[in-house]
Design a binder for this molecule. Sequence first.
Ligand code: MSP
Length: 500
Amino acid sequence: MKKSFYITTPIYYPSAKPHMGHAYSSISADVIARYKRLEGYDVKFLTGTDEHGQKIQKSAIKENLSPIDFCNKISKVFLDLTKQLNLSNTDFIRTTETRHVETVQKLWKILEKNNKIYLSKYSGWYSVSDEAYYSEEEIENLENGKKICRATGSIVDWVEEESFFFKLSEFQQPLLTFYEKNPNFIQPESRKNEVISFVKSGLKDLSISRTTFDWGIPVPGNDKHIMYVWLDALTNYLTAADFFDKKSFWPTDIHIIGKDILRFHAVYWPAFLMAADIPLPKKVFGHGWILSGDEKMSKSKGNILDPIEIIDEFGLDEIRYYLMKEVIYGLDGKINTDNLKNCINSDLANNIGNLSQRIFTLINKHFNNKVPDAKLTKEESDLLRISPDLLKKIMDNLEIHNYVREVVAYSSKINKYVNDEEPWAKIKNFDNRVGTILYLALNALKNIFVLLHPIMPTKSEKFLSCIGIAKENISIDLISKNLESNTELTMPGLLFKKHI
Ligand code: MSP
């Protein structure tokens, strides 16, 4: 039996077309999912769209469409993006699906049965753009008379309506105890402190239903109310695990999210689950923002980078590589075309690509396209070895950027070895060390492309197929198995283009 692993992305609001920030979240989750598969796990990888709520209803009205027609249209764009980004998701959930509506209503009934819900009246600030309630202390007055949430900059409106409440206040202490007992639940560390101080500052009961619009899941037994979109949305993770039936893959191993939605995932979500006696997810990782200039990329700021345009120009695997290496996972990162070109040219074209090109040209010319015989010295065996344990530790810490940096540093070392050994000169002198040098470099390239498979799946599969490794056999174990001498090779050709 394979060990299982369940990872999720946020489900995206289909209120507008996806941008590079959404792509970043999904790609990073895909890299972790693929890495776990490389380690032999049976991975469930979930993504999808969050389709209810006032924000979506308003966007639909603007486009003169019914909410469901609007969602069908934009959700499809997000679904297409999963293919354009080569995501390995095993499910794509839409919160308008029946399976989801049923799950949310079941969860509501359990919360009700457990006496965690009561009917009252909400009056306070609400941001439609964030779909979030804010307290007086979180609000700032603008000169034009409007009010915004200080943290997100989103406009808030005063709301007064009958509402069901979730007894969040009961969970202040249980949550703090839970964070203490599970120190890795919130990652990275800096975000954990934010959450803990928010919870310590006191939790008020949470309004979890609305009556002033109707685009949402009806509250069981009271059709006047629809559920608060975040209760609905977070439950998608249970729906996709078929929690109330097969319970497959539960609890989630990691929820990958942007730091903007940490409060929902690290406070409300565990509280809902505790209240329903459901096991909690193991980890929530809040990554940073992709900035455009110095600001978060968002539709309202009009500073969007379209992932498809960038992919068309530079290539998907190249973009995946750049984002995963250059943006420190957990911190904000800027995308910049000059940096991107530099990264592609130096790491991919000049380092890894050039190594492959040189080695294959020599093997083709002098070894009849077959893996040469070799006698590695002790130093050479050490040079070739790259520690899977170290890389595993780095990935388990979710330092994706360091994982990539480790692999590219290894490639640099191998390039240096080849430069120093000069196999092209040794060939001319009929030196019998040449086979060994090429053998070492070829096996190092195998290791590099196996390790980079989660990041650049297409290039990796292309390269590995040229050395006789089929897609379905790619696994971390291959890095401690050298290729057999005499194995037939095919030329991978130019793997990475340089950009001027
Ligand atoms: N629908 C909610 C999430 C519900 S999850 C149960 C939502 N959707 S969203 O479309 O507004 O944003 C979802 C996620 O997209 C963010 O949490 C983040 O992961 C990603 N990003 C959106 N803009 C981003 C950047 N500029 N940079 C990096 N990621 C960003 O919130």
